[in-house]
Design a protein around this ligand. Structure first.
Ligand SMILES: [Zn+2]
Ligand SMILES: [Zn+2]
Length: 291
């Protein structure tokens, strides 16, 4: 059932901090709104808590439309000493924080030692359980250890999102069994991404999300440019195509999924205007016409 006269999308994973958007995120957010991208999960991670604080500030400016995820990226896992943990724990209690993330394991880059990555990941799953908030998982070249930690630390109790899904069907099945959502990024639009496209084509409609991971990994036809939330339209369009379904239905399903995945703290559909004030064009159709 399409509830609105037009489709809306939530970008479930974007980095909008000043290091990527030196002039601030407002223009990118406006460009997103113009094409129907009305919800944002803003990820705040870095070598210190500055990006997390800026994500929370941004989320507070757009209540119901934006939520912050705060955590420690596996690249920076070694920075989580007791002081940093205490500060992060305090910040994570803020109602504008909708998830703990992104957290996880990255054995491709190995920017932090693997044992430290595992410790930090486990500790932050514990924080999410304490806060009763879902987690946003980054996993690269570490499928077995990621699943082992999610299982051992009881991540099922809070659930969450496997962000920028880039694993195979076997991993997807196990993540779904643990109650996780699978979030597809611009990678799904790349020709070589066969196994990711395969997962996008069969994963249960009620368990998939779309994201940009801005400023990285812009989807085709924006590939090579800095990514921004408006471009999530292209990713959603490709996922709809892979599933052989109408774009509007995919947009609505993923938006409802995102609202559910983040425990109802994002309310984009409820907050969206009944009609799109503009030139009468379906906003997302207009985006597709001007690649
Ligand atoms: Zn990531
Ligand atoms: Zn990210």
């Amino acid at each position: 059932m399409i509830r609105l006269g037009y489709a809306v999308l939530i970008d479930t994973h974007c980095h909008l901090d000043p290091q990527y958007f030196p002039l601030g995120p407002d223009e990118a957010i406006e460009r997103a709104r113009e094409v129907g991208v009305v919800g944002f999960v803003v990820i705040g991670v870095g070598v210190d808590l500055a990006p997390a604080r800026s994500a929370v500030t941004l989320a507070k400016r757009m209540p119901g439309r934006a939520g912050a995820a705060v955590g420690v990226h596996p690249h920076d896992a070694a920075t989580l000493d007791d002081t940093a943990y205490a500060e992060l724990a305090e910040l994570s209690a803020d109602p504008a924080v909708v998830a703990i993330g992104e957290i996880g394991l990255d054995y491709h880059y190995d920017h932090s030692p693997r044992d430290v990555q595992r410790q930090t990941f486990a500790r932050l799953v514990g924080l999410a359980r304490e806060r009763n908030k879902p987690i946003v998982v980054h996993t690269r070249s570490a499928p077995a250890d990621t699943l082992a930690i999610l299982t051992a630390e009881g991540a099922r109790d809070v659930g969450g999102v496997i962000h920028c899904f880039s694993e195979d069907r076997a991993f997807a099945e196990k993540a779904l069994d643990l109650g996780f959502y699978l979030s597809f990024s611009g990678i799904v639009t790349f020709k070589a991404s066969r196994s990711i496209q395969d997962v996008a084509s069969w994963a249960p409609l009620g368990r998939i999300l779309v994201e940009t991971d801005s400023p990285y990994l812009a989807p085709i036809p924006k590939r090579g440019r800095p990514n921004e939330p408006a471009y999530v339209v292209h990713t959603a369009r490709r996922v709809a195509e892979l599933r052989g379904m109408a774009f509007e239905a995919l947009a609505e399903a993923t938006t409802l999924n995102a609202e559910r995945a983040f425990n109802g703290r994002l309310r984009s559909l409820a907050n969206a205007p009944d009609t799109f004030e503009g030139d009468g064009f379906h906003p997302l159709a207009r985006a597709a016409q001007t690649p």
